[in-house]
Design a protein around this ligand. Structure first.
Ligand code: ARG
Length: 470
């Protein structure tokens, strides 16, 4: 069905005699997902209108009419009363058309602006808020990890390499390992914020504008400023409308967050098995089986692990989306939105749920200690003991290896060997060698910075508590 030219959306009026085929329109529309940028689209338009008034392209009355009109539209959208129209393609044209219907001066709003710089602006504004919210959620997750460690400050469990018991560590040390990872994630997010926080408005479609737009004013109104309140503007109009590296950078740092969340989830899943039985996740964060009545499954943790896949996929999608685009704006770029939205939504909700789940998980201290009390886990400490007595590390390592084999052959645990058996391997071993196998004492011996010794773990817990309460 051909539509009359006068009913066409603003982007087609004049040049086109008819609207697009319905299926083509459905294929090209973005309002079904970019509508969620509305708040930022409105903020950007308000700043732009204020600037147009300042440079004399809008009267005060026109500018106020536009700003009030946009405010009312915003209220309607927030209340769910706004009618989004697919035939108007995107969030920008829906809002502009609604405004112009109510306020004739709305027809002047797009002066010196293109949807190309408008969408670059909206995404940057949206992403700034997302990064700030994500940063807060990461902080909360770190707090939950520190609390979880503190609540179980005395708990010792085996640390693993190759998923084989390696050496005993404090449970808190294990939790603090994740706190460190999320700290770097937090830093990455704030560094990404700096590059997002640059104002592209005034770049126009590709080549700026012949009108004397005041880009600095718009940037200041929208908070695109540095620490000294100086406006931060994109410096090349072609770059500003064509690149989305800031969004990709966000997705890359989100991918690392998802990766860290996934590894944490995997630890919890393992620990909640009957085989480990180190923790109990509260019922509220587990699900049952539709068939097996006894089952309690760690689905939240499993989904936290699984969702990393889509976050990685989103990153790959965006990299691929951009790699072959000739300068400058190409409609392909519209495909960035859903991947970007999904990344922020997924990583944020996973971080929140993980924090909540940790707050509802208890540790079976006895089972952890029992697993950590395998004397083999202190074989390395026995090597160090021999080194302190003057043996070379290689000799000592070899000797203790022989003891491990001897214990295995005679069906004993390492600390059950007699002094005579110890001395058959190395005469420097006497009764005080057997005292090495006391786990709590062993943990007083590891006090290097970053080691899981009692004193050091306490210091690290204190450091993180102070840092996270700031
Ligand atoms: N929906 C578009 C996007 O997300 C907005 C910019 C459209 N620009 C254009 N020239 N068609 O990229």
């Amino acid at each position: 069905m051909k539509r009359k030219s006068k009913n066409l959306p603003v982007s087609r009026s004049g040049r086109f005699s008819a609207g697009p085929e319905p299926e083509a329109a459905k294929f090209t529309e973005s309002v079904s997902f970019d509508w969620r940028l509305w708040r930022y689209d409105i903020l950007g338009s308000m700043a732009h209108a204020t600037m147009l008034q300042k440079i004399g392209l809008l009267t005060k009355t026109e500018r106020n009419g536009i700003v009030n009109g946009l405010e009312r539209i915003g209220q309607e959208i927030a209340a769910g009363r706004f009618r989004w129209k697919t035939e108007l393609e995107d969030v920008h044209m829906n809002i502009e058309a609604a405004l112009t219907r109510r306020v004739p001066a709305g027809a002047k709003l797009h002066t010196g602006r293109s949807r190309n710089d408008q969408i670059a602006l909206d995404v940057r504004l949206w992403l700034r808020d997302q990064i700030a919210a994500l940063a807060r959620e990461l902080r909360d997750l770190q707090k939950a990890l520190v609390d979880f460690g503190s609540r179980n400050a005395g708990v010792v469990l085996p640390g693993y390499t190759h998923l084989q018991r390696a050496q005993p560590v404090y449970f808190a040390h294990h939790m603090l390992a994740y706190v460190e990872m999320f700290e770097r994630d937090h830093q990455r997010a704030s560094e990404c914020f700096r590059r997002v926080n640059v104002c592209p408005l005034g770049s126009g479609a590709i080549a700026g504008s012949t009108l004397p737009l005041d880009r600095e004013l718009v940037a200041k109104l929208l908070g695109f400023v540095d620490a000294r309140n100086r406006p931060r503007l994109t410096q090349n109009s072609m770059d500003a409308v064509s690149d989305r590296d800031f969004a990709i950078e966000f997705c890359a740092s989100a991918a690392l967050i998802a990766l860290h969340l996934s590894r944490l989830a995997e630890d919890l899943i393992l620990w909640a098995t009957a085989e480990f039985n180190f923790i109990k996740i509260s019922d509220a964060y587990t699900t049952g089986s539709s068939l097996m009545p006894q089952k309690k499954n760690p689905d939240i943790a499993e989904l936290s692990r699984g969702k990393a896949g889509r976050v990685f996929g989103n990153l790959m999608a965006l990299l691929t989306l951009l790699k072959g685009l000739p300068m400058t704006y190409n409609r392909d770029l519209q495909e960035d939105k859903e991947r970007l939205f999904d990344t922020a939504d997924t990583v944020r909700s996973t971080a929140r749920l993980m924090a909540a789940m940790l707050r509802h998980t208890t540790v079976h201290a006895g089972n952890c200690l029992q697993a950590a009390s395998d004397p083999g886990l202190l074989a390395t400490d026995l090597v160090d003991h021999l080194v302190r007595k003057g043996r070379s590390f290689r000799e000592a390592h070899h000797g203790v290896g022989q003891l491990v084999a001897l214990a295995e052959r005679s069906g004993k645990r390492l600390n059950e060997l007699s002094v005579a058996e110890l001395q058959s391997v190395d005469p420097k071993l006497d009764t005080d060698a057997l005292r090495i196998f006391d786990v709590p004492r062993a943990l007083t011996r590891r006090n290097l910075t970053g080691a899981p010794g009692a004193r050091e773990v306490k210091r690290q817990l204190g450091r993180w508590k102070a840092m996270l309460s700031e």
